[in-house]
Design a protein around this ligand. Structure first.
Ligand SMILES: Nc1nc2c(ncn2[C@@H]2O[C@H](COP(=O)(O)OP(=O)(O)O)[C@@H](O)[C@H]2O)c(=O)[nH]1
Ligand SMILES: [Mg+2]
Ligand SMILES: [Zn+2]
Length: 293
């Protein structure tokens, strides 16, 4: 029987199949081959006891991709959630998420929540920048159900990872997609207090037929250090059209003359995004120099 690993705890894997969820142990061969089954893996199991819903995990199908944080296989996309206000959008952090998703070859969709609180509509020019850069960007309010139907439609038939800092409304959105999830929402300090006593495992949650989300603990910083400076240009989708058109091969798009990227800054390439490229590029250059010393 075929299924998807939705949870793994203490050597047991929970596998969602067309006949329900089975609790399985993995065959010894996986350990010998040093393969760890991951949440999101598409697998084959054999049933041991159908009334107790137990089985054995026999095969893991080849993975499409693997996300590091949360640790999941085969995600179709990542939805990066920020709040329009409370807390304000941190575009530096957003761009780090976007670069990392691109490096892992995972499609990223941006969701700006809490637009009901943004009476001055500060989020609008930000949405324009990211749409221009080629990202699907959806501005929503989980509280007032604004644009939540459009948001819902992107989850259909997919495995979606949720990313973004704490307090932006990820759990609130999950509850809108499926109220039965009953995800814990609310005051940050209370959650941290409670979080001390619970271990967080990555877990796929079915929000509707064939559609899963994996929530991740929120985080406030992200490391892009494993990216080489000369690799960075590939992770800005709005650069793609112009790469290879600069006068110098290996152009870093920083100071070189006749740079096709710089020529398009301010029109096709938003100034803010180019500035972020420069900032990240210098950061990565410094990391690289430090390592060589
Ligand atoms: N005004 C407003 N508040 C929201 C909205 N979505 C979530 N919140 C509030 O923001 C806080 C954090 O939400 P939560 O879902 O726990 O965020 P998470 O940490 O990203 O999972 C809670 O107090 C929510 O009630 C929204 O659309 N509008
Ligand atoms: Mg949450
Ligand atoms: Zn260039």
């Amino acid at each position: 029987m075929k299924g998807t690993i939705i949870k793994g705890i203490g050597g047991f894997y929970y596998i969602d199949t067309q006949n329900g969820v089975y609790e399985c142990r993995a065959r010894g061969k996986f350990r010998k081959e040093k393969i760890t089954p991951l949440v999101g893996d598409y697998v084959e199991i054999s049933v041991i006891d159908d009334s107790k819903k137990t089985g054995s995990l026999d095969e893991i199908m080849p993975r499409k991709n693997m996300m590091i944080r949360p640790k999941v296989a085969n995600v179709d996309q990542v939805v990066i959630v920020f709040a329009a206000v409370s807390p304000d959008i941190n575009v530096d952090l957003l761009d780090r998420f976007l670069v990392l998703a691109a490096k892992q070859n995972i499609e990223a969709i941006i969701c700006i929540n809490k637009i009901d609180l943004d009476t001055e509509e500060k989020y609008k020019p930000i949405v324009d920048v990211y749409r221009k850069s080629g990202y699907r960007t959806i501005a929503v309010s989980a509280f007032e159900n604004i644009n939540t139907d459009e948001l819902r439609s992107i989850f259909e038939g997919k495995i979606t990872a949720f990313a973004g800092p704490s307090g932006v409304g990820k759990s609130s959105i999950a509850n809108i997609l499926n109220p039965a999830l009953n995800a814990e929402t609310g005051d940050l300090s209370l959650k941290i207090e409670r979080g001390k006593h619970t271990t967080r495992h990555a877990e796929l949650m079915e929000i509707f037929e064939n559609s899963y989300i994996v929530d991740s603990p929120g985080f406030t910083s992200l490391s892009i250090e494993d990216i080489l400076p000369e690799e960075l240009e590939n992770y800005f989708p709005e650069f793609k059209e112009y790469l290879g058109q600069c006068y110098y091969t290996g152009c870093s798009h920083v100071k070189e003359p006749d740079c096709a990227i710089k020529e398009h800054v301010g029109d096709e390439i938003p100034q803010e995004r180019y500035d972020r490229y420069l900032f990240f590029y210098n950061e990565l250059k410094n990391v690289y120099r430090e390592r060589k010393r």
